[in-house]
Write a protein that binds this ligand. Structure first.
Ligand code: SF4
Length: 353
């Protein structure tokens, strides 16, 4: 059901100025100490924003330093082999981002002398850089009055304005427009945008927001009306597709057989133990027949579930041996440098590697 926009759904300039000023002051004192905030350049902004697209801040903190140590400049990233970039992306998931980042670095190196562009339209033309990431780099790194809207900012904006529209498209368009109006009123667009994100991540949380110590509670229309808990309205989540994966750990002479996934689709070009996908659970004889190499009968070891954004994976793990020598074989101690999904790394752990 769609509700009518709140009568004050277009915030006034003076009120917006007060909110942006208070939030910016609050952020300057409360900002978490994150490694990419210590040294702001176009490159650090690009790397951190792409990493943060679908990964929790804590996980990005763990991986960011190593990634920057290995690829300290756009050129070093652009010139690295793709497999190495994917390996350094380990633990961050959604490897398509790493491929796009690598492609973007090549373009920036070749066309822009290794400097991450300031212009929003050029940023948005780079692989993997959408409206949010381009806005974040343009505002946070280069200080331009560009809006950004992610889940945190959407929650803060809709609560500040008590905006209850449940139609996702209308809500999204309203948020971008409101974010734009706010950022134009701020003295420092980058600080304001980060402050909004920080408020959403630390105080204006989805459940039990900490309105009692929120720096903008006196201006928050949802708080005044006591309706902050029902804003934003819950999204109707799309049903996840369930897929059965049958991962087979094939051993010979202390080594494990590996194959590379196809270029397109899930975990593209990553390495794995042979894995048969099916809409339902298969018998071990069916799995054995579907393998590309001749193996001994399969022994089932364990089954676990793995959730991706659009898929629910049920993974049955088998072990077997073979006499086949061809193909790619690695000792278990020698797998860390291969790009491999978290699910397949878990398979290895579950079989004792
Ligand atoms: Fe969010 Fe509460 Fe602050 Fe409003 S007062 S912005 S609901 S934390």
């Amino acid at each position: 059901m769609s509700s009518q926009p709140h009568p004050r759904s277009r915030p006034r300039n003076d009120r917006m100025k007060r909110i942006t000023a208070r939030l910016s002051r609050w952020f300057e004192h409360q900002a978490r100490d994150l490694p990419w905030r210590r040294k702001r350049t176009g490159y650090t902004g690009l790397i951190s924003e792409v990493m943060l697209q679908q990964t929790q801040v804590d996980r990005v903190v763990e991986r960011y330093r190593d990634f920057m140590k290995r690829f300290p400049t756009v050129r070093q990233l652009a010139e690295a082999p793709e497999q190495e970039v994917l390996t350094q992306w380990r633990g961050l998931g959604y490897y398509r981002r790493a491929r796009h980042l690598h492609a973007a670095a090549k373009i920036i190196d070749a066309r822009y002398q290794g400097r991450v562009p300031r212009e929003i339209q050029i940023l948005r033309s780079l692989p993997g850089i959408g409206r949010y990431t381009a806005g974040a780099i343009a505002s946070i790194v280069y200080g331009q009055a560009e809006p950004i809207v992610d889940g945190n900012i959407r929650r803060v904006l809709t609560r500040l304005e008590a905006y209850e529209e449940s139609d996702q498209r209308v809500n999204e368009a309203w948020c971008w427009e409101a974010a734009h109006r706010f950022v134009k009123q701020s003295q420092s667009p980058g600080v304001f945008n980060e402050a909004m994100m920080e408020l959403g991540a630390t105080i204006c949380t989805p459940h039990n927001p900490g309105c009692g110590h929120c720096p903008v509670s006196s201006a928050c229309l949802a708080f005044k009306a006591g309706i902050q808990d029902r804003i934003p309205p819950p999204k109707r989540s799309a049903r996840k597709q369930t897929l059965h994966l049958h991962a087979v750990v094939v051993r010979r002479a202390g080594k494990i057989y590996l194959e590379q996934r196809p270029e397109n689709g899930l975990w593209s070009k990553m390495w794995q133990m042979p894995t048969i996908e099916a809409p339902r659970r298969l018998q071990s004889t069916q799995i054995r027949d579907a393998l590309a190499l001749t193996v001994s009968p399969l022994r089932q070891r364990v089954c676990f579930e793995h959730h991706l954004s659009h898929r629910h994976l049920i993974i049955d793990v088998y072990e077997t041996t073979t006499r086949v020598r061809r193909g790619t074989w690695r000792s278990p101690d020698d797998l860390a440098d291969l790009p491999m999904s978290n699910a397949h790394r878990k398979v290895l752990v579950l079989v004792g590697e």
